[in-house]
Ligand binder design. Structure first.
Ligand code: NAD
Length: 499
């Protein structure tokens, strides 16, 4: 979607969209067994887009049975990897053909700018599926160095039925990070999209079927967390759940697994990323600009958002000034406008939550230097100004809890050692960034920071080749890269006696 397009032309494309709003089970659309639906509300204007099937235990059970049958008869799990690759490449091709439609659905459903969904989210989804398709027939098993009396093969086998439970901030991309490696390795899947943003996943499953993915291999059950999500987490015939979402719900999945069949669980949970800017950063303006984008991109609804700006005390004013300059130029508004850079919060609950944190920050003594309020309420949508706090102490609520909104907390430090101490003083460990020209300081910081990704002189860098995931309560297991395939496979030893 080109930035040169007018908002009117984007809106007229959006009006022509058809919504897939049912469960997708065993290659077919179906209503929820209960017949229940829920309103799918657009955060752009608070209006209902469509009614979506409210899947529950019975639907999850049907989906798991379909996935199990597909897995057991080998229609996908025992297909030669090169043939799986072909189907997945065809699927990526169809996703590409329908990229505009998918980008519009994503924006309407969750409120991110159309420029982001069309230039970032959907291309990343296509790239992810293509990358794992290509990997399918390029990953080898191993032979152990046993000696002449035996051959011991170490083989990776698909786990079976994978449940994927995903959040709403990058709805299709978070699902794709699981679909790519799980399908490439031959598993069957049941995906439960977030209730705030189910539309793209349902449509993507239909396209997978059109691409030739056998029935039952990919099933989608939209619905709520406590019902459909819990049913998947507790199902006795699901071999693994790959979850992305809050730490609170992540812990529930561990409990569900412990109380059911000990299914494997991988968790990608929240973050409170320290973005550490030292006085000797190579380019302070570049660092401050990246700090602004690091928190305001995707309305701050990013697990690795640079929500804590740790800045050396002697350059603090200069950096905060520049961050605010960038923030003031951001166009906040209708996500369907190609010129918009910050869209709507996903729903009214999330908006109220974020506003509550802003109030709490002030009550605890931090100063709002910029923003802090709801805007554009006449639209009926849920918009918040880019917000910058100064004078934050790391023990304040806004520095400890994940806000998941466009709210930056500025904290000062005296030297590198103190920066690392503050950076690590959190229950999370998803990512961290350090800006410095001193190579020794950079290396020491990269080692000392307890986070799954550490960026030096950049922010949020990486691509599909690099693993992504957390230390500490940011979770465990990795998405992206060949390492992601490990969590969807079992390692089997086959020892053949040659004596
Ligand atoms: P959430 O935990 O509320 O919901 C995530 C998913 O879990 C949804 O599909 C939801 O329906 C389901 N769910 C909710 N309650 C459940 C329950 N009781 N039982 C089973 N399933 C349940 O998270 P959210 O608000 O949708 O997403 C925001 C969170 O996701 C943030 O914490 C963010 O940091 C995290 N996130 C992490 C990553 C990462 O890769 N680490 C990426 C994106 C988002």
């Amino acid at each position: 979607m080109s930035a040169a397009l007018s908002i009117e032309s984007v809106k007229s494309q959006a009006q022509g969209l058809a919504y897939r709003n049912q469960c997708f089970i065993d290659g077919r659309f179906a209503n929820a067994a209960s017949g229940k639906t829920f309103d799918c509300v657009s955060p752009i204007d608070g209006k209902v887009l469509t009614q979506v099937a409210a899947g529950d235990r019975e639907d999850v059970d049907r989906a798991v049975k379909a996935a199990r049958a597909a897995f057991e008869d080998g229609r996908w799990s025992r297909l030669a990897p090169a043939r799986r690759k072909k189907v997945m490449l065809r699927w990526a091709g169809l996703l590409e053909q329908h990229a505009t439609e998918l980008a519009l659905l994503e924006t309407l459903d969750m409120g991110k700018p159309i420029g982001d969904s069309s230039r970032i989210d959907i291309p990343a989804v296509i790239n992810c599926i293509r990358w794992y398709a290509e990997a399918a027939d390029k990953v080898y098993d191993e032979i152990a160095p046993t000696g002449d009396d035996a051959v011991a093969m170490l083989v990776r086998e698909p786990l079976g039925v994978i449940g994927a439970v995903v959040p709403w901030n990058f709805p299709l991309l978070m699902a794709a990070w699981k679909l790519g490696p799980a399908l490439a390795t031959g598993n069957s899947m049941v995906v439960k999209p977030a209730e705030q943003s189910p539309l793209t996943m349902i449509r993507a499953a239909e396209l997978a079927s059109e691409a030739g993915l056998p029935d039952g291999v990919l099933n989608v059950v939209p619905g709520f967390g406590e019902t459909a999500g819990q049913a998947l987490g507790r199902h006795m015939d699901v071999d693994a759940v790959a979850f992305t979402g809050s730490g609170e719900v992540g812990k529930l999945f561990l409990k569900y697994a412990g109380e059911s069949n000990m299914k494997r669980v991988s968790l990608e949970c929240g973050g409170k990323t320290p973005n550490i800017i030292m006085a000797d950063a190579p380019d302070l303006d570049a660092a401050a600009t990246a700090a602004a984008w690091g928190i305001f991109f995707n309305q701050g609804e990013v697990c690795n958002a640079g929500s804590r700006l740790l800045v050396e005390d002697k350059i603090k004013d200069q950096v905060v000034e520049k961050v605010m300059q960038v923030a003031k130029t951001l166009r906040v508004g209708d996500p369907l406008d190609p010129a918009t850079q910050m869209g709507a919060m996903v729903d009214s609950t999330q908006m109220e939550r974020v506003l509550g944190y802003i109030e709490k920050g002030q009550a605890e003594g931090a100063e709002v230097k910029l923003g802090g309020k709801r805007i554009l309420s006449d639209s009926g949508g849920y918009y918040i100004e880019p917000t910058v706090f100064d004078g934050v102490k790391n023990d304040m609520t806004i520095a400890q809890e994940e806000i998941f909104g466009p709210v930056l907390s500025t904290i000062t430090f005296g030297d590198a050692e103190e920066a690392i101490k503050i950076g690590n003083d959190t229950i999370y460990g998803l990512a961290a960034a350090v800006w410095t020209s001193d190579i020794k300081k950079a290396h020491r910081a990269a080692k000392a920071l307890r986070a799954g990704s550490v960026w030096i002189n950049c922010f949020d860098a990486g691509d599909i080749t690099t693993p992504f995931g957390g230390f500490k309560q940011s979770g465990f297991g990795r998405d992206k890269s060949l390492h992601a395939m490990e969590k969807y496979t079992e390692l089997k030893t086959v020892w053949i006696d040659l004596s």
